[in-house]
Design a protein around this ligand. Structure first.
Ligand SMILES: [Zn+2]
Length: 384
């Protein structure tokens, strides 16, 4: 009898462990990163031929936050290396999410809660990452490096201009490592150098809450950069890291533009004049970013473009091109960033079709779908 109770308890524990560590994380992932159900998109031979000649590039995906094998094609989420390759992507910025407040919203969040802690535990991340944002960033960089080792020559984690040039020359998918908010520095400037050594090249300053560097667009403070924030901008400039002001308050964006010696990006965003969402900063500020040589990644989800369908994304791209000039507009899908999108990465040719349907010429489509971002990274990554 005692043995039977023992076996029952063991069985119960096993079931509980399976649910918490395997079933739940997969379910959270599938629910967070949905593709809207749709019939296969019609892509003309003109669009397909055009798409095949473009080095497609995307400025923001959170692929490595989720515990699915990025080297295999998955039936959940919006990206993995095989689907990115199928979509013709040659350059993808993969961003580490390290902290995310409960009840995410675009208006206001305090920094007191964090859903990533539960996710890190449930997804069986290393124990060191449970209580350390720095270790969480580092772990996601390691996962990317491991994917590079496992996948073979068609995927490379790139760290400098020569890496990227080599990757483009062989038609591989190049991954650049970034962070979504610089709170994993944990207030220490030397952690920027340590993460640089791990491959960090795109430094987002804020995410959904105010941090040690300054105010978020969705925080409580609404102010500008702190002294530490200025130190980070200065050091990132010195190291030839690319600064990303997505999610930063408008005051922070203005202050970064005033002090940065290098152009900045807004990796995933919409245009306020096209979609008046709390997620988007003013058109005037966008123009200043472009005038300083920056690029802006147009997003694929409701907070960025208001209606997440291909026609509206194309409309946002046309609006951005008219406002900022062709050479400053890129893609910033936010794939796997807990958003719902009309396509997954393998379906990007349908966006080329939508841009043709919106009346853009082929040269503009090539620029927006990839050439602008590729040029920007070839100019702004460290030389070697
Ligand atoms: Zn984001």
């Amino acid at each position: 009898m005692r043995n039977m109770i023992g076996a029952g308890v063991a069985l119960f524990l096993l079931a509980a462990i399976t649910i918490v560590f395997y079933v739940l994380p997969a379910r959270v992932d599938a629910r967070a990163n949905r593709v809207i159900a749709h019939e296969p998109y019609a892509v003309s031979s003109q669009a397909r031929t055009l798409h095949e000649t473009i080095p497609v590039a995307d400025l923001h995906a959170d692929t490595f936050l989720w515990m699915r094998d990025p080297t295999r094609r998955q039936n959940r989420g919006q990206t993995d290396i095989p689907r990115l390759i199928e979509g013709g992507v040659k350059l993808q910025v993969f961003t580490a999410v390290t902290k995310s407040p409960k009840n995410l919203n675009y208006e206001e969040n305090d920094a007191d809660s964090d859903d990533i802690t539960m996710l890190a535990i449930a997804q069986r991340w290393p124990v060191a990452s449970w209580g350390s944002l720095f270790e969480r960033a580092r772990y996601q960089a390691k996962r990317m490096e491991k994917a590079d080792e496992q996948y073979g020559p068609e995927f490379r984690m790139v760290r400098n201009q020569s890496d990227l040039r080599r990757s483009l020359n062989v038609g591989a998918l190049a991954g650049v490592f970034g962070i979504e908010g610089a709170h994993p520095l944990e207030g220490k400037i030397e952690n920027l150098d340590r993460l640089y050594d791990d491959g960090l090249r795109v430094v987002g300053l804020q995410h959904f809450f105010d941090n040690e560097l300054g105010a978020s667009l969705h925080g409580t403070d609404g102010g500008g950069l702190t002294d530490f924030g200025r130190d980070v901008v200065r050091r990132a400039n010195e190291l030839n890291m690319i600064i990303d002001v997505a999610h930063s308050s408008e005051i922070v964006v203005g202050e970064v533009l005033a002090m940065s010696t290098r152009p900045v990006i807004v990796s995933h965003t919409g245009l306020k004049g096209h979609c008046d969402s709390e997620r988007n900063i003013s058109d005037d500020l966008m123009k200043t970013i472009a005038a300083a040589g920056g690029i802006v990644g147009v997003g694929f989800w409701d907070g960025a473009v208001c209606t997440p369908d291909l026609e509206t994304i194309a409309e946002a791209v046309v609006y951005a091109v008219d406002l900022l000039g062709t050479e400053h507009v890129a893609l910033g899908s936010d794939f796997d960033g807990a958003v719902t999108t009309p396509i997954d990465a393998s379906e990007l040719p349908a966006l080329t079709q939508a841009l043709l349907d919106a009346g853009l010429d082929e040269a503009t489509i090539r620029a927006v779908m990839g050439e602008n971002a590729v040029r920007f990274f070839l100019e702004n990554l460290p030389v070697d």
